[in-house]
Design a protein around this ligand. Sequence first.
Ligand SMILES: [Zn+2]
Length: 492
Amino acid sequence: MTEYEAVIGLEIHAELMTASKMFCGCRVVDSVTAPPNTATCPVCLGMPGMLPVINKRAVELAIRVGLALNCTIQRHNIFARKNYFYPDLPKSYQISQYELPLALDGHLDIELASGETKRIDIRRVHLEEDTGKLTHLDKDSQFPQGGTLVDYNRSGVPLLEIVSEPNIRSGEEARAYAVKIRQILRYLEVNSGDMEKGVFRVEPNISLRPAGTETFGTRTELKNLNSFRALADGTAYELVRQAEILDAGGQVVQETRGWNESKRLTFSQRSKEEAEDYRYFPEPDLPPLEITDEWVESVKLTLPELPDTKRARYMADFELSAYDASVLVEERAVANWFEHTLAVSDVDPAPSPKSIANWMINDLFRLMNEHKQGVADIKFEPAAFVQLIGLVENNTVNNNTAKDVLTEMYQSGRPAAEIIQAKGLAQISDETAIFEIISQVIRENPDTVAAYLSGKDKLRGWFVGQVMKATKGKANPEIVNRRLAEQLDQLK
Ligand SMILES: [Zn+2]
């Protein structure tokens, strides 16, 4: 059997979060919830004689993405007509960019499961407009006679296409790349990343070649993947399918295929068009788009710290592990929340960033997951969170009690000190009081004491449990352990 190498390139389409559309003044609305065909005008409905105007904000957001993906921003840009006939495209052409796209020759480093980093080259980033949305009706729909509904609210929404070079080698790499692009677009606040609403769409083109050779095999393209899992699984399936065809001496057909999630297989949709089928030509209704150095420089100043830089900084400055740092930088809002905790200055002793990170990742994230909520839903401020950790570190409450207090804070938003006082949860650190409780536990359990003294060391934990029970979990564990050891040893 021949050994093959996978050759995968990704096209990512991302809608830009502008207020208005790419070439007209219509507002951009939620394509799922807005009433159909309520955000349209003669331009985005493709009426004859209407003239497009370039949305400056969309260009700005696209420059932002180009810079973040290490591309060269082209100063001289031309929009082009991409011609094809489909009911979601009222002009029967899409205004896109072809020979002179906005950004070229970038790259993105992705982390693989092995821990290694791999650089994926980015061929181009260009601006275009989205199409309308078609809904094919079946007999269970409101129109049982069938047919197709069309909603032009999405027609003309600014769309960015990001095209990678085909140096992706597996479904997992494709997934890691797409996940990271989405993360960066969200950091840049140019796209919400909401895949279920179709604002971020991924299309891999996939082929195989005998390992060690350079010529590309025939590729297929997977369309309409609506999750990262579908991307990884659909790509993996397609690689196996192509290998079986090639092993049997057959030829892969160049075509567009879909992914059936429930049957877990790809299926043929249509034969793939080549660029010449689209009869690209420069858009005569738009002037060339000239981007000045000053404009690029001013956009550069608006770029936030990106996840890789942030992660490296967290590891170097705060001694966080690679894992912890990755978790905290995954979303910009979470990283911001974490950074706000570091700015809290009125808590003494000041918890270390590492301690705050642990509490966030282990305890706060658990509560957020349980309630299926994000960082925006947290009812207390970062400062209140730091105050709670401060109360653990100055021994006002022990760790376990603090977890309960945090749960209460999460539900009510009340400050930790208030909850601790109202519920009498303050930690018992009084050595005499703890000595008395231990003495009582020893007095009341002579058999267990005898067993312990005969060598069953494991019973030490049982005694700790009894003392904690007697104090409703409020005893300072460090003191309990130390005093218990002393008092039991004295009996030996
Ligand atoms: Zn319009």
